[in-house]
Design a protein around this ligand. Structure first.
Ligand SMILES: [Mg+2]
Length: 310
């Protein structure tokens, strides 16, 4: 598989994980295995979601992709404007912190910082969950540039540097995978590029022996979310097993599976993502005139993100 295939699988893999995990959100560990005892998971409706419907994770990812493509690169005020228009259109789900920041009425470069100044627990996984398209787009510019773009996009809604660094590590691991490398093996070098003030805490959850049972926060926080995604990737042998393991952790299942699905897609490629999961996949975009994207349109977006400006 080539780089374009891996990039397509990163974007599709994230969206599929999101939609597959959505009905299990805030459920107990083991719920996926209990529902699909033979290990063959199926898209299904639940928790207010239609069968195959992607949630805010993928919706915000697509908004980011549209901005990168239409603006010809990173235009932070434009991304923020698109997020705010979407949030104002009453999406079915939106992260608490993201909602506060986008609804604050403050300008793009002050809203998240103002929220962080009054909320010590601001390291949610909400900037990590939407990062597949930007990770695909900025990979070509190398480690420093893709990690920097990740931080700036994360900072639109998350004032906590822990969220910036987690999103930056995710960008770097996707970059390595798109080049055909092993993202698990790339963790030490990625950690070297992390803000030293944040590094120790990231090193704990990204260590080879870490597993979700060692998490000290709910997996809606950025550290156990990325740690769990990496654990799911390295402890399974296929895309299907990786997202199943992520959802089976319970908690913030759509987001942990979206992050896992991006990494597993980048590693295993499009052929590893089951057709039966791609067919019902759809991404409504509140605030965008009734637009609904399907798998083929997400694949086109991914290919454009790889080739735009080259
Ligand atoms: Mg969600």
């Amino acid at each position: 598989m080539d780089r374009t295939d891996r990039a397509t699988a990163t974007v599709l893999g994230s969206a599929v994980g999101d939609a597959l995990g959505a009905p299990f959100e805030f459920g107990e560990p083991g719920a996926y295995t209990a529902r699909f005892p033979d290990g063959r998971g199926e898209m299904h409706a639940g928790g207010g979601w239609e069968r195959g419907e992607a949630t805010d994770d993928t919706q915000m990812a697509v908004l980011t992709a549209h901005s990168l493509l239409e603006r010809g690169g990173l235009d932070l005020p434009d991304v923020f404007h698109r997020f705010r228009r979407w949030a104002a259109a009453d999406p079915k789900d939106i992260g608490l912190q993201t909602e506060d920041v986008l609804g604050s009425g403050l300008p793009w470069d002050r809203a998240a910082a103002a929220h962080f100044a009054h909320n010590s627990r601001a390291a949610g996984n909400g900037s990590l969950m939407r990062a597949a398209p930007s990770a695909v787009h900025f990979a070509r510019y190398g480690r420093t540039a893709t990690m920097d773009a990740a931080r700036r996009l994360a900072a639109l809604t998350h004032g906590d540097p822990a969220a910036w660094e987690g999103t930056a590590v995710f960008h770097e691991l996707v970059r390595v995978a798109l080049d055909g490398g092993d993202p698990v093996a790339a963790v030490p070098e990625a950690l070297d590029a992390v803000d030293p003030a944040q590094r120790d805490r990231w090193a704990v959850v990204l260590a080879p022996g870490w597993h979700p049972g060692l998490a000290t926060e709910f997996n809606g926080a950025v550290w156990p979310c990325l740690g769990s995604a990496l654990w799911a990737l390295r402890s399974t042998g296929s895309y299907e097993e990786a997202v199943g393991a992520a959802i089976d952790l319970g908690g913030d299942t759509d987001t942990v599976a979206a992050v896992t699905g991006a990494l597993a897609g980048a590693v295993h490629g499009t052929a590893a993502i089951p057709d039966r999961w791609l067919r019902p996949l759809h991404v409504p975009l509140p605030g965008c005139g009734g637009t609904v994207l399907h798998a083929n349109e997400l694949a086109v977006l991914a290919r454009e993100l790889v080739s735009a400006g080259v």
